[in-house]
Write a protein of this length. Structure first.
Length: 290
């Protein structure tokens, strides 16, 4: 159950605490919003759930009360004792860690071992501040293949970047990474009024579901090569690709990949990026024919 605005402020004040602007802390004080997040995340009994940015545990409790096994990650060492006291005897493991730096494989493996649950798949739920949203989502996609789905609450602008398609103004390198690993869509909007302190922007709920296989065959082109090319292209997004990728792919690679060299980075799908990246800087295929 979410604390009311008054209860939250009283709890923090009783421990000499206040929300950290540096950590982007905005606590949800609306029970309907918490229930909505749990529903949209598809949480069911016995699920393995990792929550990033657990804060004071309002969402953590909602997740655990479904019968799921929850690993709650919180960076703020000031809040961790309060978080532990809030979740009480519920099936919650509290981990003090920075989600942008932690070892995801170790975290999820130890969580499964501790809780004695046999499923290999995890669901991630998170309320992510603006400055860490993209790094956290990207690291989970790259480093935690057993996280099969995510429901993240992010600033609306970040949500637009995560779900953008080729040609959209928000489409960028992170959009390509999402498309490589998963499908993503905005499943709801969250007004600023449900948070304390109240942020200056609205938030979006983004549902991310990992693909069974990545969009570009890693035998044909490695992820390292692919995203090196993608980053180079978007580093000069106003340039035509033949200029943005000079020295990265050969001029002959465009014709071989069926990509117009006069388009810009934001116009290419992940599959087109894959075809371009399959050719090295001297125009030879870096893997098998695509």
């Amino acid at each position: 159950m979410a604390l009311t605005q008054g209860e939250l402020k009283e709890l923090l004040a009783s421990h000499g605490l206040r929300p950290s602007r540096a950590l982007g802390q905005n606590f949800v004080v609306d029970h309907n919003t918490l229930r909505r997040i749990v529903r949209l995340a598809g949480i069911e009994p016995e699920d393995q759930v990792v929550e990033v940015g657990a804060g004071l545990g309002a969402l953590t409790i909602e997740l655990a009360e479904t019968g799921a096994h929850v690993t709650a990650v919180e960076i703020d060492k000031r809040l961790v004792p309060l978080l532990r006291s809030q979740v009480g005897v519920l099936p919650v493991r509290v981990v003090e860690a920075d989600a942008t730096r932690l070892d995801w494989e170790t975290l999820l493996h130890s969580g499964k071992h501790r809780q004695g649950h046999s499923t290999s798949g995890w669901k991630l739920v998170a309320n992510l501040p603006y400055n860490v949203a993209v790094p956290v989502v990207a690291r989970v996609l790259d480093e935690a293949p057993n996280v099969l789905s995510m429901l993240v609450m992010v600033q609306r602008e970040v949500g637009e970047r995560l779900v953008a398609s080729p040609g959209d103004s928000s489409y960028g390198a992170v959009s390509v990474k999402l498309a490589y690993h998963a499908t993503a869509r905005v499943v709801g909007e969250v007004p600023a009024s449900v948070f304390v302190p109240k942020p200056r922007v609205a938030s979006s709920l983004v549902r991310i579901v990992r693909r069974e296989t990545v969009a570009v065959d890693p035998v044909q082109v490695s992820p390292q090569r692919l995203f090196s090319v993608v980053r180079s292209g978007f580093a000069h997004r106003r340039k035509m690709l033949r200029g943005a990728l000079a020295g990265v792919v050969s001029p002959e690679a465009f014709a071989a990949a069926g990509v117009d060299p006069t388009v810009r980075a934001q116009e290419l799908s992940v599959e087109q990026w894959g075809r371009l990246a399959a050719f090295d800087e001297v125009g030879e295929a870096s893997g098998r024919s695509m």
